[in-house]
Design a protein around this ligand. Structure first.
Ligand SMILES: [Mg+2]
Length: 297
């Protein structure tokens, strides 16, 4: 399995997880069981009344970010803020409160770095972080961290969000290199929990109804990813927990896609994803993973 194909699987995984989870976003596991039994199809619906296979802000913000990196040939905070601002002007079907507030602030100040706030520890920066993981694949650890923060701080400037974004990026990059799951657990997930005990997902009972708080989101993703054995099982496990299911689906999808690769994604999901989104994800994944960007953040 080559890196290119894993990168494409990560991007399609993000979009498929978003589309799958959006159907059950804000539902409790009990409500999901009552309505769907086990939810495992790209059937659309949900509170956004999506058409089958359509995606939300998790994927469309990722695509806006990836576009900016490819156009600028670098991860540039100001260019990213402009790209997100344009995205917001396009009246997306869904937008997080922290994203909206800090993009409105950017319009007023022109400063692409949101003010620091421990309260801005939502999952909005982590859900769209994949293009940075792909574009900085061969770069130094410092350069990767710098790029992570440049993109994240446009809307989310918090220590826990930063720690999560960096952890996801390093995990995705190592998954693209084909490392095993124990390595991902020891080197990344457990290290994050050692540094920030909030993220300890091992001792917690299975987290149901995960909120948009990045700690809840990542605990649910890690629990699902480390206890399941393939792409499908991981995504079904995480979205059926309900809560912020499009985003737990998106993050689990990018990680499981990079780890298990393209052939692990069920055909019905590949075919069910809205076709323009699918093409954009594939195109960006190929461009970003083969892109040697010069850093200027
Ligand atoms: Mg969303």
């Amino acid at each position: 399995m080559n890196t290119n194909s894993r990168a494409i699987a990560a991007y399609l995984g993000l979009a498929i997880g978003d589309a799958l989870g959006s159907t059950v976003e804000f539902m409790t596991p009990r409500e999901i069981v009552a309505q769907y039994g086990v939810h495992d199809t790209l059937c659309g619906g949900g509170w956004l009344h999506l058409k089958p296979g359509h995606v939300t802000d998790d994927t469309t913000m990722s695509l806006a970010l990836g576009d900016s990196i490819l156009k600028e040939k670098q991860v540039n905070a100001l260019a990213i803020a402009c790209a997100f601002d344009n995205w917001m002007r396009g009246k997306p079907i869904d937008i997080g409160n922290t994203v909206r507030r800090n993009l409105v602030l950017f319009r007023m100040t022109g400063n692409p770095e949101a003010p620091y706030s421990d309260h801005d520890a939502g999952n909005g920066a982590a859900m769209r972080v994949l293009p940075v993981a792909l574009a900085t694949f061969d770069q130094s650890e410092d350069a990767v961290r710098q790029a992570c923060r440049a993109q994240a701080h446009v809307t989310h400037h918090s220590a826990l969000s930063d720690a999560a974004c960096e952890c996801i990026v390093f995990m995705v990059q190592d998954a693209l290199r084909g490392v095993d799951k124990i390595y991902l657990l020891d080197t990344h997930a457990n290290q994050l929990a050692t540094k920030h005990p909030e993220f300890n997902f091992q001792e917690a009972r299975p987290l149901s109804n995960p909120s948009g708080y990045i700690v809840d989101t990542l605990k649910a993703v890690f629990q699902s990813f480390f206890k399941t054995k393939d792409f499908r099982e991981c995504l079904v496990d995480v979205v059926n927990r309900g809560g912020d299911a499009d985003t737990t689906g998106a993050i689990a999808g990018m990680l499981a896609g990079a780890y298990y690769g393209l052939q692990s994604i069920p055909n019905s999901w590949l075919m069910g994803l809205e076709s323009n989104t699918s093409l954009e994800c594939i195109k960006q994944a190929e461009s970003l993973i083969n892109f040697n960007i010069s850093m200027s953040v």
